[in-house]
Design a protein around this ligand. Structure first.
Ligand code: AMP
Length: 317
């Protein structure tokens, strides 16, 4: 099923202990699209400024991404600067310049409105809601967000969450949004919110280098991150993860959205995120091949399986 994604298309300046880039292609929608396009057709909605290099759109188009709804506006492309310390699980944002996002009013083409699957990447909740309402009949809608919006636009954000099927958030943000100290309790709280389309039924807690957990009313499933010794730049790992998860679900329209499908989607999401962090920005995903993904899925499967074996626990005395 075709996927529409709305979110930032950016220039990122990033420094990690292993190098730096001053102006690389980034943005939540771009990272998401480069992952999801391995599974299905992706249509990107978002603005770029007049400083944006056409070659980036050509690269996305060459990967099969539909960039027809990328709007070129007068002004500066979204710009984000961050620095990572030795612990690459946490980073400091040094600068965010919204640029053309400040006056962006999403106008989706008929093609983008026709998608069965929608991903609302991390942007202002107002924009997320506007886009959500332009696809009232989408079969599957997922979203991401961040602490900035939890702290400055909580009410609006809750409104968006109540209009999606699946919420994908960092576990700290999940606790903050639900006001619960425990991540499972936080997910359960959000699952109980309901909404005009039934409310969210899937919550995914991203836990950086420790992996991710999926929580529904009757499933808890967790995977560790694929173990890598050389993590070069985690930027965009969350969006790549979401692209893998949503892309895999979109590519299996005839299957019920059950435990089995969700577990497989989590595995693909985990595998894709691990490729993303091997190089800076989008460098690795731009050239990633399907066979590499399948190999990593098999490794991940072998790594996380165990047999029941004979009972080893002595009965209590
Ligand atoms: P992630 O590492 O998955 O959290 O995503 C990082 C990407 O999100 C970068 O490529 C940034 O350009 C983009 N980003 C950072 N802050 C924001 C924001 N406030 N709104 C939209 N996108 C953002």
């Amino acid at each position: 099923m075709p996927i529409t994604v709305v979110g930032s298309i950016a220039f990122d300046a990033v420094r990690t202990p292993f190098g730096e880039r001053e102006r690389m292609l980034g943005g939540a929608a771009v990272h998401f699209a480069l992952a999801a396009c391995l599974f299905d057709e992706v249509r990107v909605v978002g603005p770029v400024g007049d400083d944006f290099d056409e070659q980036h759109l050509r690269m996305l188009a060459a990967r099969g991404v539909d960039v027809g709804d990328v709007e070129r506006a007068a002004g500066e492309t979204f710009f984000w600067r961050a620095v990572y310390g030795w612990d690459m699980n946490s980073r400091e944002t040094l600068e965010t310049r919204l640029g053309v996002f400040e006056s962006f009013a999403p106008k989706l083409s008929e093609r983008s409105r026709d998608s069965d699957v929608l991903f609302l990447a991390n942007i202002q909740p107002d924009l997320q809601l506007e886009v959500r309402r332009q696809l009232p009949d989408a079969r599957f809608v997922a979203m991401d967000s961040m602490n900035l919006w939890i702290e400055t636009a909580r009410e609006r954000l809750v409104e968006v969450v109540r209009e999606v099927d699946c919420l994908i958030l960092n576990d700290g943000e999940l606790r903050e949004l639900a006001g619960r100290a425990n991540v499972i309790a936080a997910a359960r709280e959000i699952l109980s919110w309901g909404g005009p389309h039934g409310g969210p039924s899937i919550v995914v807690a991203k836990q950086g280098e420790y992996g991710a957990a999926l929580i529904t009313d009757n499933v808890f499933f967790s995977l560790p991150a694929y173990p890598l010794e050389d993590v070069v730049d985690p930027t965009g790992a969350g969006d790549t993860f979401a692209g893998g998860l949503v892309g895999y679900i979109a590519a299996h329209p005839d299957e019920a959205l059950d435990d089995d499908l969700l577990r497989r989607a989590m595995a693909y999401a985990t595998a894709l995120a691990s490729f993303n962090v091997e190089r800076f920005g989008t460098e690795r995903l731009q050239e990633l091949r399907g066979e590499e993904v399948h190999e990593r899925i098999e490794e991940l499967r072998a790594m996380t399986a165990f047999s029941a074996g004979p009972a080893a626990v002595r009965r209590s005395q």
